[in-house]
Design a protein around this ligand. Structure first.
Ligand SMILES: Nc1ncnc2c1ncn2[C@@H]1O[C@H](COP(=O)(O)OP(=O)(O)O)[C@@H](O)[C@H]1O
Ligand SMILES: [Mg+2]
Length: 371
């Protein structure tokens, strides 16, 4: 048997029992939206933050907690208008299907009737909800649902973008004053806890050692995304399983990164000129199986590679500046190290995310196309 005991918690649709590091945000939603709603005060909120910071999962968790009212979760990507979205809400809360072509008025009336019947207030969560603001007539009716349609409903819009960017003047004029809740990116320490929790839920005890958890967290911390972190854990665990290992190792994480992020690297590589590609290839060659290499070794490999591809060699100055550019693009990472007193410094280079063999293959195929 492999090390993956329960695969579900490694899936991005999994809703964990415990949401780490979102207590504050959940508290704000409770205090400013849910409690007021149960006392009869409807509000709207916009919850925003970059991808993978837990917006959707937090909303789903909050929705589950609600008992005396109804919470409905919708994703606006599935609808072309607010009216169609509301018809789906109606289907969910009242099991009522309206014929297509029903007017907005009628949909609201049916929602209102259903509310009168059940006596339950509605919390509507609209995920990926920013496009809803393009439906001007719909949004007007939705935000004014209480005055226009006597519907007691609070709404949480979820968005990747800062809402101030899309607050078009028409909506400003409606005196729409939502509670705005920002979800920050997770720090490496927070990601470490989230990964460790998922590993405990899904993998054999001890198969994902603390060093690997830390490495996963640091690798994902550039995006601050729990989704990236968990996807990396999932892929790394499957790769470890595949090679029949009892532990997930840092190299599994690097290989996993190539699966999670292949397009990013490919698009970065396509921006490089011929000499950059040869230089990056030299870094790969010089790295071999190791984790780091030095500038002298890179220079030697580079000279060999230039000869092989019969192209002119470059001076040290040029090598340095090209390496800096590769580093700026996030393809390599470097560190300057003191060689001890009076011995000067040396530069060591390592690869960020890709296993050497994968990167090398990609570069060589690009070079073949260029030469
Ligand atoms: N605080 C957290 N604790 C545990 N898992 C989390 C947390 N935040 C996010 N996740 C997980 O990360 C993934 C992405 O979260 P999601 O809510 O879909 O992000 P967003 O909607 O912000 O893009 C999901 O699998 C989710 O379960
Ligand atoms: Mg989401």
């Amino acid at each position: 048997m492999g090390i993956i005991i329960r695969p579900e918690p490694l899936d991005s649709s999994y809703i964990p029992a415990k949401l780490l590091h979102r207590e504050k945000e959940i508290g704000i939603i409770r205090d400013l939206i849910i409690t007021p709603l149960s006392m009869g005060n409807t509000t709207s909120a916009i919850l925003f933050g970059s991808p993978g910071v837990g917006k959707t999962v937090t909303c789903k968790r909050v929705a589950r907690e609600i008992q005396d009212h109804v919470a409905v979760y919708e994703n606006f990507l599935a609808f072309s208008s607010i009216k169609l979205l509301l018809q789906d809400v109606l289907l969910k809360i009242g099991r009522v299907t309206l014929p297509s072509g029903t007017s907005m008025e009628y949909v609201f009336r049916a929602l209102r009737q259903s509310q009168v019947r059940t006596g339950k207030k509605i919390l509507l969560i609209i995920d990926e909800g920013m496009n809803a603001f393009r439906d001007q007539d719909g949004i007007y009716n939705l935000l004014r649902a209480r005055e226009l349609h006597a519907l007691e409903m609070s709404i949480i819009f979820v968005s990747v973008d800062n809402p101030l960017l899309f607050m078009i003047s028409g909506i400003r004029r409606m005196q729409f004053n939502p509670v705005i809740i920002k979800f920050d990116r997770y720090s490496a320490d927070e990601l470490e806890n989230i990964i460790s929790d998922r590993a405990n839920l899904s993998l054999e005890h001890g198969s994902c050692p603390p060093e690997t958890v830390r490495f996963l967290a640091e690798t994902a911390s550039g995006s601050g995304s729990a989704r990236v972190a968990i996807e990396l854990l999932q892929k790394a665990a499957y790769l470890a399983d595949h090679r029949a290992s009892r532990t997930v190792d840092p190299d599994d994480v690097r290989a996993a990164m190539a699966f999670v992020n292949p397009y990013v690297t490919e698009s970065k590589l396509s921006e490089l000129d011929f000499h950059d590609l040869l230089l990056l290839l030299s870094v790969c060659i010089s790295l071999g199986d190791g984790t780091e290499t030095g500038i002298q070794s890179i220079k030697e490999s580079f000279e060999m590679v230039c000869e092989e591809y019969s192209t002119e060699k470059l001076g040290m100055q040029s090598i340095y500046s090209r390496l800096r550019e590769l580093e700026r693009m996030g393809l390599i990472e470097s560190r300057i190290e003191s060689q001890g007193q009076g011995m000067g410094t040396s530069k060591t280079v390592k690869l960020n995310d890709l296993p050497v063999s994968v990167l090398r293959e990609k570069i060589e195929s690009l070079i073949r196309r260029l030469s």
